[in-house]
Design a protein around this ligand. Structure first.
Ligand SMILES: [Zn+2]
Length: 300
């Protein structure tokens, strides 16, 4: 259950959320704006422990105003309004549609009609939808980042030039659950090209860069590549990474890689994959991610 703040004297169903990150838990702060008079406020859910709940769960019992300077609130309020998703949808890259911040409606019926139109005209990419509704040109005022860092990151990502290196874009995709990540993901080159980029990152000796590449691969799993379709460079990078991890307690890394190499079910396909992997394919697949744990070593 979520509560709506008292932003102005207009009916509360006219309140809409300004740019939001994916928020599956209903917590966190948000800027709510009135689609009729234009007033806005930054609020956060007020949480309370559920009495006698052994898991320590909390429930939302109201909303509190988040104190912001007038400049910060004005800047946050200049982002497009989110059209509420349909049942079963979330604010993600696929389902986010917007209305301009400058739009004013007379009543709920007009708002419903405009929102339906916005959904019907859904442009292909998240960034295009966001830009079509209008994004602020000015940088965030000082003090924005402390509480609304995801909006600052979205603005910064929008400023990246069109020829930004895929490596930089991949670096912004961590988690893939906020606008900056969705903008970056939408700008990535075709997958074949990306395979080279990721393969190169996987081959780096730096743990940080390698982890970032693996993490990004996880983010891209919503459009998974079957083991047989994996481009050669990526397959080779996976095999090399498994070889280099042999004997190390990098369980998480190994497991991520093996997930991408999950063996095809049919025997001919299995053989084809093993051939592509090379002479030590059997050894690579026999890497048991749980072996060090069973041997009594710390689980990482
Ligand atoms: Zn109002």
């Amino acid at each position: 259950m979520s509560f709506e703040p008292d932003v102005c004297g207009c009916p509360r169903p006219l309140l809409r959320r300004c740019l939001a990150a994916e928020n599956l838990h209903g917590v966190g702060q948000r800027v709510m704006a009135c689609m009729s008079c234009g007033a806005s406020a930054a609020v956060r859910d007020r949480l309370e422990d559920i009495p006698d709940d052994e898991r320590g769960c909390q429930r939302v019992v109201g909303v509190d105003t988040v104190p912001l300077s007038a400049a910060v609130l004005a800047w946050l309020s200049s982002w497009p309004r989110l059209v509420p998703p349909s049942a079963g949808e979330f604010w993600d890259a696929n389902h986010s549609t917007f209305l301009p911040a400058s739009l004013r409606v007379a009543d709920e019926a007009e708002l419903a009609q405009l929102e339906q139109q916005a959904k019907d005209q859904r442009l292909a990419k998240y960034e295009a939808r966001l830009r079509a509704a209008g994004v602020p040109a000015e940088p965030p005022p000082p003090g924005t980042e402390a509480l609304f860092s995801f909006v600052v990151r979205a603005w910064q990502t929008l400023q990246l030039p069109p020829d930004t290196e895929p490596e930089v874009l991949l670096g912004r995709m961590k988690g893939l659950n906020e606008p900056s990540a969705w903008i970056a993901a939408g700008r990535l080159p075709p997958r074949a090209e990306l395979a080279h980029e990721l393969a190169e990152l996987l081959a780096r000796p730096s743990d940080t860069e390698r982890d970032l590449a693996l993490w990004n691969l996880e983010s891209l799993r919503s459009t998974p590549l079957g083991a047989l379709q994996l481009p050669d460079p990526l397959l080779a990078a996976f095999a090399n990474l498994l070889r280099s991890l042999a004997g190390e307690e990098k369980i998480r890394e190994r497991r991520l890689v093996l997930r991408w190499l999950q063996q095809p079910r049919d025997e001919p396909d299995r053989l084809a994959l093993r051939q592509r992997l090379g002479a030590d394919a059997d050894a690579l697949f026999d890497t048991d991610p749980f072996a060090p744990h069973r041997a009594g070593k710390p689980f990482r």
